[in-house]
Design a protein around this ligand. Structure first.
Ligand SMILES: C[S@@+](CC[C@H](N)C(=O)[O-])C[C@H]1O[C@@H](n2cnc3c(N)ncnc32)[C@H](O)[C@@H]1O
Length: 430
């Protein structure tokens, strides 16, 4: 007898409201009748050939319901006859009869993978990718236009097939708001957008629809935090809900964390309490430039005289390089040595063929000082085809930090206009 393979049911194609029953089928799968005494060993040695389906047992009672034997179900795709069965030798050594039995297996929606369901439903020949990012109980997707008519069904399938996901959202557009959060639509499940996540041993809670959170940055957060030591001071200019600030404070650093988004600021404070670091973190709700030219400027002179390191973290990759001009002429009096100047970790996106050179050039332009050979560049991640996220790390040059009389720039209320014409900046003016 030939095994009857599972064929995706034709009638579900185009379904927009999920009918789980429509996926049920009875298929015939090959099986081996195995003495119970050697069952575990046989199942172990046949690992590659046994049936692998969510919720489907690999071992079942045989027809006679004998207590001496069980049926081990095989994968009908890889085993159609004993001659195609590569583990025959092993069977002989366990005393298992070399005879294929057949078992009628009822497969339901619960036994299918999400890709199989979506492949059956969505228009043939079109991409059915069901990729999503997970933020606590929320799965967030980025559906393509041709998937939108099926969005609620897709959401339901993702929720059914991923334990712990109780809400599925679709990003409505690419992030373009000031606060870097997405507009999103709930496709399935509860409307609760307050997520709780763990990252590098810390716990964060936030309203995912109103603040920025990216689970793909956890390695980067860890990389930077590892450079911080007890007693250091960290200025986090674009802090979000705290994934640099909070672990740095937990390590024993003093942290000044800022975010312009009032919601981020609120959740940042909440997360400081949640992680018991509120005494180590001072939080601000300012524009990044005002934060640099306000609280940072106030604290810096005393810190420069000390021994502990000072870090400035600037993770707003779309704009942070342009904010570097806020350091120009920030202070008036030069310290006796330049040993304790702050280390800046500034992020930037680059679409250039040579992203390292590109971000260093843009950072130099913004600072009005050549950073080439005075910085290191780290590739963080590829965010889109031809778009990389980079981090430039450098010691803030004292030539930038200290003004000479007329070079001092006052804090401005407005974010600075884009400074594209960097060629106009003359290094010699410093
Ligand atoms: C890319 S997110 C990074 C958040 C956090 N540091 C992280 O790694 O997840 C950038 C943050 O900058 C904030 N932001 C945007 N424009 C700002 C500005 N002009 N001044 C201060 N914060 C700003 C946004 O609200 C957002 O929380």
């Amino acid at each position: 007898m030939e095994p009857k393979l599972y064929r995706l049911p034709l009638e579900v194609r185009g379904m927009t409201s999920l009918d789980k029953e429509a996926f049920t089928q009875t298929i015939t799968v090959p099986a081996l009748r195995v003495p119970t005494g050697v069952l575990n060993k046989v199942v172990k040695s046949l690992k590659k050939s046994t049936i692998q389906r969510p919720g489907v047992p690999r071992v079942v009672q045989d027809k006679e319901e004998s207590s001496d034997f069980r049926l081990v179900l095989l994968d009908p795709h890889s085993v159609s006859s004993l001659s195609s069965f590569s583990e025959a030798e092993a069977l002989r050594s366990f005393g298992v009869a070399e005879e294929l039995h057949y078992y009628e297996l009822r497969l339901t929606y619960d036994n299918l993978k999400s890709e199989e369901v979506l492949e059956a439903v969505l228009p043939q020949g079109q991409d059915v990718t069901s990729a999503f990012s997970r933020v606590g109980h929320i799965a967030h997707m980025n559906l393509r236009d041709h998937q939108l008519p099926y969005k609620n069904l897709i959401g339901q399938v993702i929720m059914d097939k991923n334990p712990g996901v109780t809400c599925v959202v679709n990003k409505m557009n690419i992030i373009d708001s000031t606060y870097r959060n997405f507009k999103m639509e709930v496709l399935a499940g509860e409307e609760n957008m307050v997520a709780k996540v763990k990252e590098n041993g810390m716990t964060y809670e936030f309203d995912f629809s109103r603040v920025y959170w990216n689970p793909r940055l956890s390695t980067e957060h860890q990389r930077v935090v590892q450079l911080i030591k007890r007693g250091d001071t960290v200025f986090d200019v674009f802090a979000g809900v705290g994934p640099f600030a909070i672990p740095a404070a937990r390590l024993g650093a003093s942290v000044l964390a800022n975010d312009l988004n009032p919601e981020s600021y609120r959740w940042l404070q909440h997360n400081c309490k949640l992680n018991k670091v509120e005494s180590k973190v001072r939080s601000f709700n300012l524009d990044g430039r005002a934060f640099i030219q306000g609280p940072l400027k106030q604290e810096l002179p005393a810190l420069l005289k000390g021994k502990a390191s000072v870090h400035v973290v600037m993770n707003l990759p779309a704009l942070a390089l342009e904010f570097l001009d806020a350091f120009r002429g920030l202070l008036h009096q030069e310290p006796p040595t330049d040993e304790n100047l702050p280390t800046v970790h500034c992020y930037g996106f680059s679409k250039d063929n040579d992203p390292d050179t590109d971000v260093v050039k843009r950072a130099s332009c913004s600072l009005g000082f050549p950073l080439e050979d005075r910085c290191s560049v780290h590739f963080v991640r590829n965010v889109a085809p031809n778009k990389d996220m980079m981090c430039v790390r450098f010691t803030l040059p004292k030539e930038v930090l200290y003004c000479r009389g007329d070079e001092h720039t006052e804090p401005s209320e407005e974010p600075a206009p884009k400074r594209q014409k960097c060629e106009e900046t003359t290094y010699s003016s410093l």
